[in-house]
Design a protein around this ligand. Structure first.
Ligand code: NAD
Length: 474
């Protein structure tokens, strides 16, 4: 069983109070983390804020590259930890570990970049013989709060860019899956990260989160999680920078000219990977009614063959959702959606936190699985007659994270790219496709339009200062 103390000032601190983590698959305790009290957290906030980091670009890049290299040698160990605490299958958690090393390497590369800009000033009739330059400097101190669904990659997406920009961070990982976050932070220390650059805590949820969000010494809250909590943070944080990466309800538009076999494969990968617990998972399949019968039949046939179950089996393609309560809620919504008039094509079986991959046909946008973000392995098919109707349905949601379209017709593709109210549109690919350093993030209830991805996060984690110099050489 793994045990971690709060990571404070380069060491693990043990308070004697524990939070235990249970495997969603076996129900057994797989680890525990030490709890911090609000009084202790106040001290941690003070001391982290007082710490200033002055690593050179070379030193930051070196630490990040070292971490990536170690992670590459420990993929199996990391995958096992994530599987223990989330019930996600090893296939998914090995992929997650490999994404983490990508995030670290991209951050290491960007840490070396000169991020300044130069503006000549003698360019208008009001100009002067000067040049204006920009330089970036760290915010110091950032509160990072992360969700359970990609418990290590979400952490890496906040911590690696923070290291690359010389910031200090207090991380509060999800209490549902915190073990891999502590593992990541200990590994960072082992690779040479200075004390107090990254402190990691879990405590009583409300008090801990409220302090990290509202404390006046915190310059920025970087949050990934549900829209409800994100909006609560927006209301309470006060005068500080906010980046909120929130929920989604991605529509996947399948137009009449799409290759059905290709669409089926992309649908399955785009929906059920990570037990469909991804903010960008396909949540609504919108299919042209001309091809909907053939598509639905082929999709159901393949989905019913997905190997789900024991997450530790190397052949398993889908493990559990995060806990039984979540599985029960999803099952309830599936049954309500069937009662509302949808047709069950496959799935809708539950054993503890394990749910069979489920496909529903003849769904409508206001049926329960579509109306809210249903964070698990169920996907509804909604049939449409025209592209205008499909775009209207896709946008008829509070969320605006991502979308996808399958077609070879450029006019239609162009309309979807332009008219979907989302942060991302992928063509002939699932809504989830991205690189770890490309801009990523949503609008509407999915976020305020600020992006993550290594490059954008490094911008968000720094202030721009301009300075100007005389420059009279023509
Ligand atoms: P959640 O909102 O329940 O929890 C996220 C984090 O917020 C946890 O660490 C939790 O302890 C903390 N928290 C709880 N109460 C808080 C409060 N009052 N103030 C501040 N923080 C508080 O989310 P979850 O269930 O862990 O994760 C799933 C959600 O995350 C889904 O909605 C999913 O779409 C979203 N998500 C979004 C992205 C993205 O990039 N847009 C990525 C992954 C997950």
């Amino acid at each position: 069983m793994l045990e971690f103390g709060s990571i404070i000032n380069g060491k693990q601190e043990f308070s004697g109070e524990w939070h235990s983590i249970h495997s969603p698959y076996t129900g057994k305790v797989v680890g525990r983390v030490s709890m911090i009290s609000p009084k202790e957290l106040e001290k941690v906030i003070q001391q982290t804020h007082a710490t200033k980091i002055h690593l050179t670009r070379y030193e930051r890049s070196n630490i990040l590259n070292k971490m990536a290299a170690v992670i590459d040698t420990k993929t199996d160990e990391i995958a096992k930890i994530i599987t223990d605490e989330t019930g996600l299958c090893l296939k998914d958690t090995k992929y997650e570990a490999s994404r983490v090393s990508d995030v670290l390497r991209f951050s290491a590369a960007k840490a070396l970049d000169d991020d300044s800009e130069v503006f000549p000033c003698d360019i208008t009739k009001n100009g002067r013989p000067r040049r204006i330059y920009t330089t970036r400097y760290p915010l110091n101190l950032i509160s990072a709060i992360t969700p359970f669904n990609h418990p290590m990659n979400q952490v890496a997406h906040k911590i690696a860019p923070a290291i690359a920009t010389n910031n200090t961070v207090i991380l509060k990982p999800s209490e549902k899956a915190p073990l891999c976050a502590y593992y990541f932070a200990q590994l960072a220390l082992d690779c040479g990260l200075p004390p107090n650059m990254l402190n990691v805590v879990n405590g009583p949820i409300k008090e801990t989160c409220d302090m990290l969000v509202t404390h006046p010494l915190v310059s920025m809250v970087s949050f990934t999680g549900s829209s409800a909590v994100g909006k609560h943070i927006a209301q309470t944080a006060g005068y500080k920078k906010l980046v909120l990466e929130l929920g989604g309800s991605s529509a996947f538009l399948v137009l009449h000219d799409a290759d059905i076999d290709e669409v089926v494969d992309i649908t399955i990968a785009g929906t059920f990977k990570n037990s469909a617990q991804r903010c960008t998972a396909i949540r609504r399949i919108l299919v042209d009614e001309e091809i909907a019968d053939e598509y639905a039949e082929k999709l159901a046939e393949k989905v019913s063959k997905i190997k789900y179950g024991n997450p530790y089996d190397e052949h398993t393609e889908m493990g559990t959702v995060i806990n039984e309560a979540s599985a029960i809620e999803i099952e309830k919504r599936i049954n309500e959606t069937i009662a509302a008039g949808a047709k069950l094509l496959c799935g809708n079986k539950r054993e503890g936190a394990l749910l069979a991959p489920t496909v529903l046909d003849f769904a409508k946008n206001d049926f329960p699985v579509c109306a809210k973000e249903t964070f698990g392995p169920v996907v509804p098919i909604i049939r449409f007659k025209t592209l205008t109707e499909a775009i209207q349905i896709a946008n008829d949601t509070p969320y605006g994270l991502s979308g996808g379209v399958m077609s070879n017709d450029w006019q239609s593709i162009q309309r979807v790219i332009t008219e979907l109210e989302t942060g991302t549109v992928n063509v002939n690919e699932a809504p989830s496709y991205r690189l770890e350093w490309t801009p990523f993030g949503g609008v509407k209830d999915s976020g305020l339009g600020y992006k993550e991805g290594v490059i954008e996060t490094m911008k968000a984690f720094t202030h721009v200062k301009t300075y100007s110099l005389p420059w009279d050489v023509a």
